[in-house]
Design a protein around this ligand. Structure first.
Ligand code: NAD
Length: 355
C-alpha cells in the first residue's frame, strides 16, 4: 500500500502509528482535515485481519468525521483512532493510558471518544493521561452515552426518509430490517417498535440477540438480514455492508442507519439511485454522537436539551439533501458532499483574513 498516495487521494493531513510493546498497544490516529477546526473522532478497537485493513478503516473513518462535522455545522475537523486488538480479550489499563499519553502530545489537535469495541470505562482510564476526550460518563463530568443521541438522530433521519419517500413520516406498520443490536441498534430498535414498526433484527453476539428479542424484534441470522423484504434497511453494525454482493439482495425502499461507511465504494450510491432506493448518507444521519461530543467540548459545557434539538435537525438536513439530489439529478451522497465542501471552502476563505 502506498500511503502517501492514499493520503493524497482522500486529502488526509496526517497519520500516526503508535506502538508500545510492553503494554501491547498498536494503534493508528488518522487526521483527515482541520480546516473546520481541531480534529474529533472516536476510537475503534477491532481485531483486523491485516494491517492494511486497519489503515483503510482509519483513513475512511477519519474522512467521514470531517464530513460529519461539516454537515452538522460543528467547528471540528475529522480524525479517528483505531486500535488493533480483540476488544473482548486484549483490553488493559496500559493500552488506554498509553494511547492517552500519545493523544496528549497532540495538544488538542485531536480529541477522541467511544466507537465500536470501546466503552466509557476505557475512556475514564484514558482521561487520566489527557483532557482531550469526550462523551465521558456523567459522573465523570461528561455528557454520557453518545449512542442515545446517535440513535435519536437516526430515528429522526428514518422519519425524514419516509416523509420524502412515502409523503408521510408516520412509521406505524412499516417493516424495518435492523443489522446490529449494539449500543445504537438496540436503542433504535426500541424507538422503532414503540413507533409501531415491525422490526426484523440480527447480531453476531448472542447477548445482543437476547436484547433484541426482549425488545420485541423478530430475529434472523446475520446473513439473512439482506434478504428481508422490508421498507427500510437499517445498518447499525460495521461498514461496507452495502457492496456488489449485498446490493443485489436488498429488497427495500430506504437505507438509513448509524453505521459509518455503509457503502463499500462511492459508485454504489449511483446503483442505489438507479434502483430507486433512497439512501440517507451515513455521516448525515448518524451525526448525533458527534453533535453531543461537540456540545460537551464547546463553550459552556454540555446541554442535553440543546443537543437533542440539534439531533432533531437531522430530519430537515436530510430533506434538504434529498431535494437537492432530486433537483440536480445527483446521488444523495454527492448532494451532501457538496454542502460540506462548500462549507470547507467558506472556512478556508475566512482563515485567509489576517486576524
Ligand atoms: P456497538 O459495537 O455497540 O454495536 C455494533 C454491533 O454490531 C455489535 O453488537 C456487533 O456484535 C454487531 N455486529 C458486528 N458485525 C455484525 C454483522 N456482520 N452482523 C450483525 N451484527 C454485527 O457499536 P455502536 O456504538 O452501536 O455503533 C454501531 C455503528 O454505528 C458503528 O458502525 C459505529 O461506527 C456507528 N456509529 C456509532 C455512534 C455512536 O454514538 N455509538 C455514532 C456514529 C456512528
Amino acid at each position: 500500500m502506498e500511503l502517501f498516495k492514499e493520503m493524497e487521494k482522500h486529502g488526509h493531513e496526517q497519520i500516526m502509528f503508535l506502538q508500545d510493546n510492553k503494554v501491547g498497544l498498536k494503534a493508528i490516529i488518522a487526521i483527515h482535515n482541520t480546516v473546520l477546526g481541531p480534529s474529533l473522532g472516536g476510537c475503534r478497537m477491532w481485531d483486523y485481519e491485516k494491517e492494511e485493513d486497519m489503515i483503510i478503516d482509519a483513513l475512511r473513518l477519519s474522512k467521514g468525521m470531517t464530513y460529519k462535522s461539516g454537515i452538522s455545522n460543528e467547528d471540528y475537523g475529522g480524525g479517528k483512532t483505531v486500535i488493533w486488538g480483540d476488544p473482548n480479550k486484549d483490553k488493559s489499563e496500559g493500552i488506554f493510558r498509553a494511547l492517552g499519553k500519545f493523544i496528549n502530545t497532540l495538544n488538542g489537535r485531536y480529541s477522541t471518544g467511544t466507537d465500536v469495541g470501546t466503552t466509557y470505562d476505557d475512556f475514564v482510564i484514558l482521561r487520566k493521561e489527557t483532557p482531550f476526550v469526550g462523551a465521558l460518563p456523567k459522573e465523570f463530568g461528561g455528557s454520557g452515552d453518545s449512542s442515545i443521541a446517535t440513535s435519536y438522530g437516526v430515528f429522526h433521519g428514518i422519519k425524514a426518509s419516509c416523509k420524502y419517500k412515502y409523503g408521510s413520516d408516520d412509521l406505524d406498520g412499516l417493516k424495518v430490517a435492523v443489522q446490529g443490536l449494539g449500543k445504537v441498534g438496540s436503542k433504535l430498535t426500541k424507538r422503532l417498535i414503540e413507533a409501531g414498526c415491525e422490526v426484523y433484527a440480527t447480531d453476531i453476539n448472542q447477548e445482543y440477540i437476547e436484547t433484541g428479542k426482549e425488545l420485541g424484534a423478530k430475529i434472523v441470522k446475520p446473513d439473512q438480514i439482506y434478504d428481508v423484504k422490508c421498507d427500510i434497511f437499517s445498518p447499525n453494525a460495521l461498514g461496507s455492508v452495502i457492496n456488489d454482493q449485498t446490493i443485489e439482495r436488498l429488497s427495500c425502499d430506504i437505507i438509513a442507519g448509524a453505521a459509518n461507511n455503509v457503502l463499500e465504494r462511492h459508485q454504489l450510491a449511483d446503483i442505489l439511485k438507479d434502483k430507486d432506493i433512497l439512501y440517507a448518507p451515513d455521516y448525515v444521519i448518524n451525526a448525533g454522537g458527534l453533535i453531543q461530543v461537540a456540545d460537551e467540548l464547546g463553550v459552556g459545557g454540555y446541554n442535553e436539551e440543546r443537543t437533542m434539538k440539534k439531533c432533531e435537525g437531522i430530519y430537515d438536513k436530510l430533506l434538504q439533501i434529498f431535494k437537492i439530489a432530486e433537483q440536480k439529478g445527483i446521488t444523495t451522497v454527492d448532494a451532501a458532499d457538496h454542502i460540506v465542501e462548500e462549507r470547507i471552502a467558506m472556512m478556508k476563505a475566512i482563515h485567509n483574513i489576517r486576524g
